[in-house]
Design a binder for this molecule. Structure first.
Ligand SMILES: C[S@@+](CC[C@H](N)C(=O)[O-])C[C@H]1O[C@@H](n2cnc3c(N)ncnc32)[C@H](O)[C@@H]1O
Length: 297
């Protein structure tokens, strides 16, 4: 295993939630006449390890002679989303895994060859931008015969809204999306400046610039010399970005986004919000929402 240096209690919570859903999903659709796909567009290397555990390993290693590579305690290794998905029973018919980093793709492939060789022929691994990967998948599958769970687990604002729209149009995808709400919020400074690089990335993630009109307000204030002046300031918080992101996902998924979310982040701060949406508008597909709601409890 070549764990990536990230992860914490919230990482485990996120992964366990999605894993519980995947297990419920394959069980519920066991006899359904569909090809079932698991799609992980930011799959990582197959595992991660909290930076704190790596730092501890570094400090232990420096006090020992003869070791050149710090190795984190195996207890601290967090098994990643793709490897968890490969462990559900019955297995999905196909696993479409992706990451932009070559070293992650290689590590993931090695890990699957070692631990899941019996279903290795069901796995495709690509090294693409997540949006491109998903766009190609949306175009190439016959969605009348296929059903999929898509997991979007980016570090930041990588996922474009048009990708969500494309997933919604399949009418066949269930989506778990770790929405980077703090990354959206921090593009607006306290005095109402929208970051020149980050602002357009929020536009792309939300598929609109309308958030800008609410996020910043102009306020009339009076200075020391009784002169009135206009001052801009940030008028929204992280919870507001969560609400807007949920509404936008709902718009891409025919209004079918779960109201419950899982707020996640380190040190008591909300950095992400795990959200669920389902694209199939049939009455039967409401089961997806029930299962998702159950695993979020
Ligand atoms: C939070 S990690 C994913 C962790 C993984 N789900 C797991 O459980 O171990 C985010 C991953 O997204 C990858 N990534 C970053 N930008 C990307 C992009 N534009 N398209 C696809 N993957 C990307 C990173 O290399 C990183 O491995």
């Amino acid at each position: 295993m070549e764990p990536q240096p990230f992860g914490d209690r919230h990482t485990v919570q996120k992964l366990e939630t999605v894993e519980r859903y995947l297990q419920a999903y394959v069980t519920a659709l066991k006899f359904a006449p569909f090809e079932l796909l698991y799609i992980d567009a930011c799959a990582g290397s197959g595992s991660s390890v909290p930076k704190s555990a790596l730092e501890l390993a570094h400090s232990t290693q420096s006090s020992l002679e003869g070791f050149s590579v710090p190795v984190a305690d195996t207890d601290s290794i967090i098994v990643g989303s793709a490897i968890r998905a490969l462990g559900v029973k019955p297995a999905f018919h196909r696993y479409l895994l992706n990451d932009t980093k070559q070293s992650n793709v290689d590590a993931l492939r090695n890990s699957i060859q070692r631990e899941h060789a019996h279903i290795e022929n069901r796995v495709e691994i690509t090294k693409l931008d997540a949006n491109q990967m998903l766009c190609e998948i949306c175009r190439s599958y016959n969605w009348r015969e296929t059903r999929a769970v898509v997991f979007l687990d980016p570090f930041g604002l990588q996922i474009k809204y048009e990708t969500l729209e494309m997933l919604g149009k399949t009418r066949a995808v269930d989506l778990w999306y770790l929405v980077p709400v703090f990354a959206m919020y921090r593009q607006v400074s306290g005095d109402g400046e929208i970051n020149l690089d980050g602002g357009p990335r929020v536009d792309a993630a939300l598929g609109t610039r309308a958030w800008r009109d609410v996020a910043v307000v102009e306020e009339q204030s009076v200075d020391l010399f009784s002169q009135s002046q206009l001052r801009s300031k940030r008028a929204v918080d992280i919870a507001w970005f969560e609400k807007v992101a949920k509404e936008r996902i709902g718009e891409a998924f025919q209004g079918q986004v779960l109201d419950e979310t899982l707020p996640l982040g380190r040190n008591g701060m909300q950095e992400f919000s795990l959200m669920f949406a389902w694209a199939n508008t049939s009455e039967k597909a409401r089961l997806a929402a029930k299962l998702a709601s159950a695993v979020l409890k």
